[in-house]
Structure formats: C-alpha cells, structure tokens
Design a protein. Structure first.
Ligand code: ADP
Length: 625
C-alpha cells in the first residue's frame, strides 16, 4: 500500500469528511474526466488516423443495487499503471496539464478540466474506489484501489477494451445522507442533465422499459420490463442550439460551469454567423473583474473550438487586451492541428476576432444610449480597463474606445461621455476642461476648478492614475482639445486683469528668485477665492502626472519627471498685502514666506515637500512673529 502525497492527503481528508454539502458534484467531476479522456483519444485519432469515429465514443454509468456500487466507464485514452500512480496518487499532478506539456511543441492543445475538486471528490460518496484502466494501444490493464486516507494500491488486472472504469462502493446511508440515491435512475438522470448536458459524447444510463413477453403457451401476454441504455445528455453544445431554445437561466448556468464563476454573468451575447465565414460565439461579460486582471499572471482569451472539439483554452488572438475581462468561446471550422503561430496568421480567425470586437462595442454603445443605469453599472466595473485600453499601444485603439468612457462632470453631477460634455458646452468654450485629483470631492474643492466653473464651463474629474495619460492620447474630441485646469493658460485671464503694476512685477520677480528656480513663473490671480496660493503647470507634464511618475518604480539612471510649475498668488488675499509690506521692509522674511507659500501649494496638490523640517520651522517662526 502506498500513501498519498501530503497535499493530496489534505484534500482527500476534506473530501472524506465532506465539507462539501454539494456531494452530488462528484458525478460532474468524473464525467468531465471521462470526456477529457475521450477528447484525448479523439484528438489522437484525428491527428494520427487510427480509424476511430466520433460516434464510437461513449460514457456509461451503471448502478448495481445489490453490490451497492456505481460504475462510470469511458472508452477514452485510458491510463497505464504509471499514469494511474501519477495522476491519482497526487492531486497536484494534473494529467491534463502534463498532456498539454507533452504536446506543446507539436500542437498547442488544451483540455478542459484543469479545475474543480477533481477525481478525489469521489470519496465524498464512496468508501472504496476502484479505477480499472487500460491505456489505448497497451496490452495490459491495471487497477488502482483505495479506501481513502490510508493510501492506494495499483495492480495488474483484466480489462478487454481500452478506457477507464471507475467503480464506487457507496458509503452507508445515514440520516442526513442517502448515498443510495445515486443508484437511482431518476437521480442520475437529473444530475447528468443539470451538470453535464453539453458534454459532447453520449452519457448513457440504464433504464427499465416495459416489454411484452409471451408465456409458454403462447397466449397470455404479460408486461415485464427490460433494461436499455439510454442517452441522457443532449450533447449538442449549448452554443450550437438556437437562441430561441435557450433561456437566460441556461446561459447563466452554462457560464458558471464553464468559466468557474459563482456569480451569474453581467450579460451574454450569442452569435451564430453564417456567410463568408461561419462561426458561433458565446460571449460573456462577468459581473466583476477577475481579481488577477492587472497581474502578469492573468491570461486573457476565448476558448476556441473546431466543430465542437476544444483546441485551445485561452486563445488571446480572439479578444483584444482591453476586453480581456470577457469570457467566451468561438466555434468554427479549423484544422485541428492549428498551432499558436498559425492562429495568429489565420485570416479567418482574424476576421472572427474583429467581428466579435465590433459586436461587443456595438452592444455596449447601445446600452450606453438606451440604458444608462445599466451601462454605468458596467462602467463602474470595467471603466478602468477601457481607459487603460486607450492608453496602451500608444493610443492605437483610442478611436474605438473614446465614446465608451465616461468621467464625472462637476457641473452636471454625474458621469458623462465626451459627447455629452461637448454638446453641453457654451458656444465660446474652446477646450474640454478636466481636473485630476485623488477624489471627486478634492477636485471640486480645487481653486482651479472653481475658476473654470465661474467662467461658466464644466470640468471633468479624473481620479484614476491612468486617466490623464489616456487623455493625452485622445488629445481632442470633436475638434475640442483637452485642457487640464492646472495648465498655465487654461483660462487666459482678461487683459484688464493681467495689467499689473511695476511694484507687483518686482515682487513677483523677487519671489521667483527666492524659490531657486523651482517654479517657471510667479503670477498674480484674482480667481482664487479664499486660497492664498495655487500651483499650476505648463507644458506636457501635469502635476498629477508628476505624482504618478514618482510612484512608479524607477529604472537605473532615469531622471525624475517634473511638471513645469507656476505659482499663482491671490492678489486679493491678505497675505499679498503682507508680502508687499515685507518687500519694502524686510526682504529676508519675504524670502522665507515665499518658501512657505510654495510648500503649502505643494501640500494642497499632494506633492512632497523636499525639506519638511525647514517648512515646519519657518511656519513656527512666522506664527511666533
Ligand atoms: P484534473 O482532471 O483536474 O486533472 P483529476 O483529479 O480530476 O484532476 O484527475 C487527475 C488526472 O487523472 C486527470 O488529469 C487525468 O489525467 C487522470 N484521469 C482521471 N480520470 C480519468 C479517466 N476517466 N480516463 C483517463 N484519465 C483519467
């Protein structure tokens, strides 16, 4: 007797002690293993011409009530002694994965079923399990036997045909659990229908059907029953059924089974296209973005089937990066030997991918136009992905995505599209104004936002790091350039206001020099309300971008990216009065106060102060004064 590997043992313990209330899923897991095993053999037969037909394959389930056993058999690829040992002795070793690796160089093939509680779930309902298997092309068969935690044994056995037969000795019934139910025709039928209906090979169970028999004298007829194999699953993959046959519930259930989500999807799209290219596609937008989405481990892609046979689990060529959160599958006619490289070049697939991308955008646009609330729900979950999509690839996809993004409008107090913004613009407005900040609230409070609002214009709030980078690529919408409210000349003040006295000019020059070249310019402003000073930026890099750059890991030798800053002083603030006085009475103090004001403006912007100690001591000194 061999013992299980540690990690397998742990899972096994969980299964035996049945933390799962949903014990019946064992059947789905076993059937899906059978189907994988048949897929493997079918695939082999297609690529090596071994003369097997699709119709030759089947999965059979047989209950023996007297022996209290349930047997699940398939005529798939089977397992050698070594494979029994490797695949069932340790859970971490997934045979599906190993098969994939072996074939990677030749063909890229994925097999469904790399997920789930897997084979060990059988111990939720069985006290002993025998796996009798004969690998295709081998002479000898073997049996793997285990009663759970103690370990398992593999020995030679007799089996005529290739494939695998799993015999489960059911646990004794208890008050809570009626394991014998799993031997009933109706129960099995229900479970197969529920979990395994789209398995593409027939799943058969025995059913008793009435049969008439004649008595010896040939006269009296008596009704008896005979057992017949009955195929339970409809086999037609769900995406091949016509839409009118399917309910939302069907789509949702399929989604959860297929893509391992516990929630219903946000929406589904089902395409059955016939014409120059024929394909079927089933596309799902999940409710929530996958957690690993922005990590390097995330793999996007749609499942790719050729005539109902899975040939690639994550075909990334079928879905653009910005729709990477979308799940789905495509079924079309392809050579089964298609490899990663050929997928990229396949014209038919490229066309399908482009159709799907367009369809998704169209549906989203329609939702945006007709059902705002629902689109907002979508946007709250995936807006960031769309914005990152605009930014990626140097803005190459901006035209496709710019009408789908929304930003919060300060004036309208809701999310708006660029189109909404532009159509609400007063005639004299030249720019689309936006402000960046950590929250809508902080943006609303910014003096610069107020300035634009006072001029009668609206401001879009950009609160995600990527926002402004994306906007730089969009650059303009409907001929209106975007402008950050902190941009130096965002709102050129009237000439009247720009007229300043010689004295003011000298003071501003003095302040600029006092700040050791940290700012490009010092200006007077009348639009700052109660704020004494405010920081603006000129040129390509905004203050918000400087912050983002600063938070990113720096490569060796890279220089800090800085915004060209402009310090605006509120001409109507008392502080400016004081500065004027100091200019003629105490220039040393004015120098120090200039420093404090700049640091203060930086703090409001969320920028770091280089010399915090100096700031604190200067503030204290001038308060004490
Ligand atoms: P998974 O299917 O996720 O790989 P399982 O624990 O369900 O994990 O199964 C482990 C492995 O055992 C499978 O990957 C497969 O190689 C092998 N296996 C299980 N059932 C069968 C079967 N009916 N025929 C052939 N191989 C099987």
């Amino acid at each position: 007797m061999k013992s299980f590997k540690t990690e397998s043992k742990r899972i096994l313990d969980l299964m035996i002690n049945s933390i799962y209330t949903n014990k019946e899923i064992f059947l789905r897991e076993l059937i899906s293993n059978c189907s994988d095993a048949i897929d493997k053999l079918y695939y082999k037969s297609l690529s090596e011409n071994i003369g097997l037909n699709r119709g030759d394959f089947e999965i059979k389930i047989y209950a023996d009530k007297e022996a209290r056993t349930l047997t699940i058999s398939d005529n798939g690829i089977g397992m050698t002694a070594e494979e029994l040992e490797n695949n069932l002795g340790t859970i971490a070793k997934s045979g599906s994965l190993a098969f994939k690796k072996d074939n990677e160089k030749k063909e890229d093939i994925d097999i469904i079923g790399q997920f789930g509680v897997g084979f060990y779930s059988v111990f939720m309902i069985g006290e002993k399990v025998e796996v009798l298997s004969k690998a295709y092309g081998e002479k000898k068969a073997n049996v793997w036997v285990s009663s759970g935690a103690e370990g398992y044994e593999v020995k030679e056995a007799e089996k005529e045909t290739y494939g695998t037969e799993i015999k489960i000795y059911l646990k004794a019934d208890s008050e809570d659990d009626r394991y014998s139910e799993f031997m009933e025709y109706y129960k099995l039928r229900e479970l197969i229908k529920r979990y395994s209906d789209y398995i593409r090979y027939p799943i058969k169970i025995e059913n008793e059907v009435p049969a008439s028999a004649e008595t010896a004298d040939g006269e009296e007829k008596k009704i008896t029953t005979v057992k017949e194999w009955e195929t339970i699953n409809s086999m037609v993959p769900m995406w091949r059924k016509s839409k009118s046959e399917l309910t939302d519930e069907d789509y949702n259930k399929f989604y959860k089974d297929m893509f391992y989500d516990f929630q219903d999807p946000f929406m589904h799209m089902h395409y059955q296209v016939e014409g120059l290219i024929d394909y079927k596609a089933l596309i799902y937008i999940p409710k929530k973005c996958p957690e690993a989405y922005f990590s390097k481990y995330f793999e996007r892609g749609l499942k790719l089937y050729s005539n109902g046979v899975l040939i690639m689990d994550k075909c990334k060529e079928l879905i653009p990066e910005y729709f990477g959160f979308i799940h789905g599958l495509v079924d079309c006619e392809l050579s089964l030997n298609i490899s990663r490289e050929t997928v990229q070049q396949d014209r038919q697939l490229r066309k399908i991918a482009s159709n799907i991308e367009k369809q998704i955008r169209k549906e989203l646009q329609e939702m945006l136009d007709n059902d705002r609330a629902r689109y907002e729900e979508f946007y709250n979950n995936f807006g960031l992905q769309l914005k990152v999509g605009i930014y990626n690839n140097w803005g190459m996809d901006k035209d496709k995505l710019q009408d789908l993004v929304m930003f919060y409008s300060v004036k309208q107090d809701k999310l708006v599209t660029f189109k909404d913004y532009v159509s609400a613009m007063p005639e004299d407005q030249k720019f689309i104004y936006y402000a960046t900040g950590s929250s809508i609230l902080s943006i609303k409070k910014m003096p610069k936002t107020e300035k634009i609002l006072n001029a009668g214009y609206d401001v879009l709030c950009m609160t995600d790091n990527v926002d402004e980078f994306a906007i730089k690529y969009v650059a303009e919408y409907d001929g209106k350039p975007f402008k950050n409210v902190t941009d130096g000349d965002s709102l050129a003040e009237t000439k009247e206001e720009n007229k300043i006295s010689e004295e003011d000019k000298n003071i501003l020059e003095f302040v600029k020099n006092a700040l050791d070249g940290e700012v490009l310019e010092v200006r007077l402003s009348k639009n700052l309300g109660s704020h004494p000073v405010c920081l603006m930026a000129e040129g390509e890099v905004s203050i918000e971008m400087e912050k983002v750059f600063k938070s990113m890991p720096k490569t060796d030798g890279a220089q800090d990216v800085r915004a060209k800053k402009i310090l605006e002083i509120n001409a109507e603030h008392k502080i400016y009065e004081k500065m004027k006085n100091l200019y003629s009475s105490n220039q040393d103090d004015l120098k120090e106060i200039s420093r404090v004001l700049l640091d203060q403006a930086k703090l409001i912007e969320g920028l770091e102060i280089e010399d915090m100690e100096q700031f604190v001591s200067l503030v204290s000194k001038h308060i004490a004064n």
